[in-house]
Design a protein around this ligand. Sequence first.
Ligand code: SF4
Length: 300
Amino acid sequence: MMELIDKINDLKKRRNAVILAHFYQLPEIQDIADFVGDSLELSRKAKDTTADVIVFCGVYFMAENAKILSPDKTVLLPHLYAGCPMADMITPEDVASLRAQHPAAAVVCYVNSSAAVKAASDICCTSSNAVKVVSSLPEKEIIFIPDKNLGHYVSRFVKDKRFILFDGWCHVHNDITVEDVEKARRDHPHALLLVHPECIPEVVDRADFTGSTSQIIDYAVKSDSGEFVIGTESGILYRLTQLCPRKRFFKLSGLLVCPNMKKTSLQSVFNSLEKMENRIEIDEKVMKGAAESLNRMLSL
Ligand code: SF4
């Protein structure tokens, strides 16, 4: 494994590449990354990097985000079939149909969506800034796509708008049940429960804290508590135990694995860098529309 890591580091230098990885990636991928973060942080890094090549260790829509924000750079996705089932639930045609039904509404698009869907939307948001983004809009009606649970969560904070929620979800978070919460409370009575807003409202209702992956990490680091039950993809536990070696972290359910996030391997990172393969290419018109939605968010 060390030999492969050395080869990756050597190639990285030669190609002037940067490796970005999401918190849900495997530990060995997080270890070789130049930066590990959530969607918003990774979007910002992609925009600001001076590297010529971005190796994006995440899923397809994230690599697309990097390409949209850094169109002159080469963006590689080590495993080309690392997709996101939630992003695939909605098409630009669905967005057009929702707009026709609600012509006065603004379309707010969670970044977990394809470039084409972003291009069909008015503005993007992440789970960190969704409330801020929606609150900033003058429209009184909001079409929130594609995650109904995040949309529902935002609607709790933005009372003066009417929400039309698309029926999409992330299977990793949506599958967490109230029974999982009750069991975790019994098994770990002293732990705080931290969950992601992609969870169903009934789970969010029972949590001590709800936030994006970065916000969950931040909360756990600053908290006086020594035990936490974590309700998001299990890859985050690696980061949490690195940052807080004296604290204890437990998964909220036995599942909590996104198979697509685990497709990236050291070998696939090496292969993509060596052969410069799995480049992200986006249609020019789509790229322009998606950039407008993303940049509108980033400018807030
Ligand atoms: S964790 Fe959920 S939202 Fe994230 S990539 Fe996997 S399926 Fe998509």
